[in-house]
Design a protein around this ligand. Structure first.
Ligand SMILES: Nc1ncnc2c1ncn2[C@@H]1O[C@H](COP(=O)(O)OP(=O)(O)OP(=O)(O)O)[C@@H](O)[C@H]1O
Length: 479
């Protein structure tokens, strides 16, 4: 690791870093910061928890201090919680500058945000959807002068997943100057390198940490093979063991859906575990409040969907449990990267059913790490199995009596409206597609049935012929 001052940072910034416990640069900082300070575009790919945020925050602050104006820098990131975390790093490190930042994310008041944007903050940290909304609806701010565009978790921003940012990014890129520095960072940048290269136009400086594995050495990666029906009993058993043995540990449990997140939270609370949840069906204020309670260790267990998989930096997290095996290796890398950050140790445990074994193989191949089995006293798990499953069922019934599913439907409709689609038309289209699909299926089945019938008839014919020949032969022999 290098001294920060040797990398071209001013004394005030080095001093500010020291106050935050940053005395020497991590490899991603050591390699990317000089290139950024030289004015180059940069793509940085380094493992989770390796200090990528400071690798772009520090050079931006250095440049901003030389020529301060607003809006100087725009940071885009996929989740609202991450936007607040990044803005906080800018605020803390840029305090001596009197840095003014502005956070533009969905679920918060648009008028207040528009007002803040019009006051020319130095740095805007945003999620793409809400920023694109402001650009479409307001002319009270300009981004024509920005020096830096930063895409944190860049691969997620550019991939076409369930939340597709590409249209919003197009809107944003149209209002940015062509002459700017573009910086892209992620722990899984190399997966989508080609798409990313088109965003950073000026022959970017590319740096990737050289390592055989794609997860950190300090992370102990484990799995438990379990039948689906016993999964929750394993989960309760694991949490009981961890909380019995450690006072100061926090645990993040990742699950696949908002509903599962809600049910597991209710279930663990029924067992008196201090549990809180984070998922996209919660109101934004509740999301922030829950995260704050988890960060301050008021609650030791956070159950989240993949909305919390990337970027969140919570040093007390010692354990990550994957209640479902992630379908994609890169989701696994980000999820387990919520622990073992900045040189600390951590454990990840993935619950694997017999249907997920191929996913584990793909994770192992991608991360170049073999997951080890986590030893569990199975007798103890079996002892609580009935109680856990009954409690889960009770929680499911309780949730069904609320308007959770209805809210989900409303949220889906809202999302479609935001995407400029008519929800009723979409539902009709979906039903029609479903009808066509089922007709196709029936048609295929019919063809298969006919083919089978033909084959059977041919077989029958062959058998009859054989029988006939046999009979004839027998008759001839008799003669
Ligand atoms: N040079 C440094 N020395 C010590 N700690 C550092 C240094 N740089 C950053 N950190 C700390 O390391 C932690 C992880 O940093 P950061 O959140 O930037 O990781 P990241 O690489 O962006 O991870 P992810 O891929 O999960 O988003 C933070 O708490 C940060 O304050």
């Amino acid at each position: 690791m290098s001294e920060l001052s040797a990398l071209g940072l001013s004394d005030w910034l080095v001093k500010q870093c020291r106050q935050l416990g940053i005395s020497r640069a991590t490899p991603v900082q050591e390699n990317c910061m000089p290139a950024i300070l030289q004015g180059r575009d940069c793509m940085g790919c380094a493992k989770t928890g390796s200090g990528k945020t400071a690798a772009f925050v520090l050079p931006v602050l250095q440049k901003l201090s030389e020529d301060p104006y607003g809006i100087f820098c725009l940071v885009l990131t996929p989740t609202r919680e991450l936007a607040y975390q990044i803005a906080e790093q800018f605020r803390v490190l840029g305090k001596p500058l009197g840095l003014r930042d502005c956070i533009i994310v969905g679920g918060m008041d648009m008028v207040t945000q528009a007002l803040e944007l019009s006051r020319k903050p130095h740095v805007v940290v945003a999620t793409p959807g809400r920023l694109a909304d402001h650009i479409r609806s307001s002319n009270t701010f300009s981004m024509k002068q920005i020096q830096f565009l930063i895409l944190d978790e860049a691969d997620r921003l550019l991939e076409q997943g369930c939340t597709d940012f590409t249209k919003d990014l197009e809107v944003i890129l149209q209002v940015l100057p062509a002459k700017r520095q573009t910086l892209l960072f992620s722990a899984t940048l190399t997966d989508t390198l080609q798409e990313l290269k088109s965003i950073a136009l000026n022959k970017p400086f590319f740096w990737e940490s050289k390592s055989e594995t794609r997860t950190v050495e300090e992370l102990d990666q484990r799995y438990i093979l379990t039948p689906e029906k016993v999964k929750d009993a394993y989960l309760v058993h694991l949490i009981q063991t961890f909380t019995d043995e450690h006072d100061d540990w926090s645990i993040i449990i990742f699950t696949n859906t908002c509903k599962n997140c809600q049910i597991l939270t209710m279930m663990l609370r029924a067992f008196n575990f201090p549990t809180i949840s984070l998922h996209s069906m919660m109101k934004q204020k509740q999301r922030f409040a829950n995260l704050a309670k988890f960060k301050s260790s008021v609650y030791k267990i956070l159950i989240a969907t993949d909305v919390a998989a990337r970027g969140l930096d919570i040093p007390t997290v010692q354990v990550v449990i994957n209640h479902n095996t992630p379908g994609l290796p890169k989701i696994y890398i980000h999820r387990v990267g919520r622990t073992a950050r900045a040189g600390r140790n951590g454990v990840s445990i993935t619950l694997v059913t017999q249907y997920d074994i191929h996913l584990v193989h793909s994770i192992e191949e991608h991360t170049q790490t073999k997951l080890k089995e986590y030893p569990v006293e199975e007798e103890e798990v079996l002892q609580i199995l009935t109680q856990v499953n009954v409690t889960r069922r009770e929680c499911e019934i309780k949730l069904e009596s609320t308007d959770f599913d209805e809210k989900k439907e409303i949220n889906k409709r809202k999302q479609l409206i935001l995407e400029g689609k008519d929800p009723d038309l979409e539902a009709k289209r979906k039903a029609e597609l479903e009808k066509i699909r089922s007709q196709k299926k029936k048609f295929k089945e019919k063809i298969q049935e006919n083919i089978q019938k033909q084959k059977n008839a041919q077989l029958k014919k062959k058998l009859m012929k054989k029988k006939y020949i046999k009979k004839k032969k027998a008759e001839q022999m008799a003669k």
